[in-house]
Ligand binder design. Structure first.
Ligand code: CIR
Length: 271
């Protein structure tokens, strides 16, 4: 059950962010409209939004998911693996104490991008990628175990075309995982019923299950119909401008269940 989400709109420097997509320059005005629609969709799922200001200093800072792992039991600040994004964690660090009693952090030489971390109920799958290294995954798994979760890792460095683990899979809920073919047979997914994504529709592998709603990328009608068959309301959002910057649905928010805390507690426990 999610109650809140942290979001940050793209800033004026958005087009200077990292990308491998080769889909051209993003249109900032359109990206802002798509972000507003995304925020409305989250609210429609019942979430209260914590809206951060755009941050020109970090072109990729709209992709807040990469800066923290947030759970109902506590939060973990990441160390984003791309040097240009390393400074993004500091501003999220100032926000988390208002919402979490337990906060941990990934330390040097570990690196973790939140896009490499997939929660499936009480279990986490951590992708080791070009952004998340083995040491970061080890530290993260330790913090998650302390919070009462289990964790396994999956090395995705040989999987072509995906930046993060969640570029290639998403947890649908009820033991079902949407996966691209290249990840489908992985032993770490043995426990899950897998729903395969068509090769020409791999971008749709990144989706959001929020409470009793599904949010998917627009432009994949067959996948949309397959998701509707699962019986949950499905909303499809145009993500074109974020896709140009290698971003997708999960990247744009940090979703969590807030357990109320006093600010004094949070300040004492932080760090
Ligand atoms: C980056 O390369 O870091 C950004 N341009 C895209 C990050 C996407 N984040 C995500 O999938 N969690």
């Amino acid at each position: 059950m999610f109650t809140h989400a942290i979001v940050r709109p793209p800033s004026a420097s958005f087009a200077k962010g990292l990308t491998t997509a080769g889909l051209g320059q993003p249109d900032l005005a359109l990206a802002l409209r798509q972000h507003a629609t995304y925020c409305a969709a989250l609210e429609n799922c019942g979430l209260e939004l914590i809206r951060l200001d755009p941050d020109d200093a970090f072109p990729d800072s709209t992709f807040v998911e990469d800066t923290a792992i947030v759970t109902a039991s506590g939060a973990i600040l990441t160390r984003p693996g791309a040097p240009s994004r390393a400074g993004e964690a500091a501003s999220i660090a100032s926000v988390l104490p208002r919402h979490f009693t337990r906060i941990r952090a990934i330390e040097d030489p570990g690196t973790v991008d939140g896009g490499d971390v997939c929660q499936a109920d009480d279990h986490f799958i951590i992708g080791i990628s070009g952004r998340t290294n083995a040491e970061g995954a080890r530290q993260l798994a330790g913090h998650l175990r302390e919070f009462g979760f289990t964790a396994t890792s999956v090395d995705i460095r040989g999987v072509p075309g995906i930046l993060h683990l969640k570029s290639g899979l998403s947890y649908l809920g009820e033991g079902r995982m949407v996966v691209i073919d290249a990840l489908a047979g992985h032993p770490a997914l043995r426990e899950f019923e897998t729903v395969r994504i068509a090769r020409d529709g791999e971008y749709a592998a990144n989706l959001l299950r929020i409470n009793d709603h599904l949010i998917i990328a627009a432009g994949f009608p067959a996948f949309n119909a397959a998701m509707r068959a699962h019986g949950l309301p499905v909303e499809a959002l145009d993500m074109s401008e974020f896709r140009k910057m290698d971003g997708a649905l999960t990247c744009l928010s940090l979703r969590f269940q807030r357990i109320p805390v006093s600010s004094g507690d949070a300040a004492r426990r932080f760090g």
